[in-house]
Ligand binder design. Structure first.
Ligand code: GLP
Length: 241
């Protein structure tokens, strides 16, 4: 895993956005894997600036998001579909029909998950996957557990994730307890991955990730065996400061 340590959030966001820009410029019809959470908001802002200036064109890009709460409607302002529309899709020239977020309202989630994986494969697989990291080491909503799942699936959220994400909701009881998430296989099949970590709240998990072994207790640790992963973190999230 390659590591880039940045002085602050803005530098981390710009570094990440530059990698996305290079990807799209070298393959205009590429497939991007996108993440939510507070971490990539700055990266998305950089991409919309770049798009406005004409430095990058998203018109041929297809995107697949990592996860969505369940059950939740796309109109709910806490849904990840809403988040993506607000923070990125409405600000760049991507064709909204080519953007995919797991369906948080699926009547048959198992079938919907299978179809989601099939659409990623049919599109040719993810060229560049953007990831954040949960304080407990989760990626997307692949939570620490005895086993990790390969494909997109419906999962329960751990108490620590519900607590961490409650900052976006009025009260903790409002946080959905389930989510649809890409599996570890869907993520690991991406040709290139960038993982962002910002701020002191991520220092502990980044330290464990860098210094520890590969374990299902830290789902992000599987990334260590991927051939093209770059971690972009701020200095206060990095152990050697
Ligand atoms: C959320 C998302 C993840 C995200 C992580 C970190 O629950 N499912 O995709 O990477 O938690 O969020 P944040 O960037 O807000 O710290």
């Amino acid at each position: 895993m390659k590591i880039i340590v940045c002085e602050n959030y803005d530098e981390m966001s710009l570094k990440g956005a530059e990698i996305v820009k290079e990807q799209v410029n070298s393959k205009p019809d590429c497939i991007l894997g996108l993440a939510t959470g507070s971490t990539p908001v700055g990266l998305y802002a950089c991409l919309s600036e770049m798009n406005k200036k004409g430095d990058v064109d998203f018109s041929k890009v297809t995107s697949f998001n990592l996860d969505e709460y369940y059950p939740i409607s796309p109109e709910n302002d806490q849904s990840y579909r809403y988040f993506m529309n607000e923070n990125l899709f409405s600000k760049i020239n991507i064709d909204i029909e080519k953007t995919h977020v797991p369906n948080g309202m699926a009547e048959d989630p198992e079938k919907a998950c299978k179809e989601y994986d099939e659409s990623i494969l049919a599109a040719g697989g993810i060229d560049l996957q953007i990831l954040g990291i949960g304080q407990n080491g989760h990626i997307a909503f692949n939570e620490p557990d005895d086993e990790l799942y390969e494909g997109t699936h419906l999962t329960g959220l751990t108490e620590s994730t519900i607590k961490a994400n409650s900052r976006f909701f009025e009260k903790e009881e409002d946080v959905p307890t389930k989510a649809v998430t890409m599996g570890i296989g869907s993520i690991m099949r991406a040709k290139k991955i960038i993982i962002l970590a910002n701020g002191p709240a991520k220092l502990d998990i980044v330290t464990k990730l860098i210094n520890g072994g590969i374990t299902t207790n830290i789902p992000a640790s599987i990334l260590k065996v991927h051939p093209d992963v770059t971690m972009i973190c701020t200095r206060d999230a990095y152990p050697e400061n």
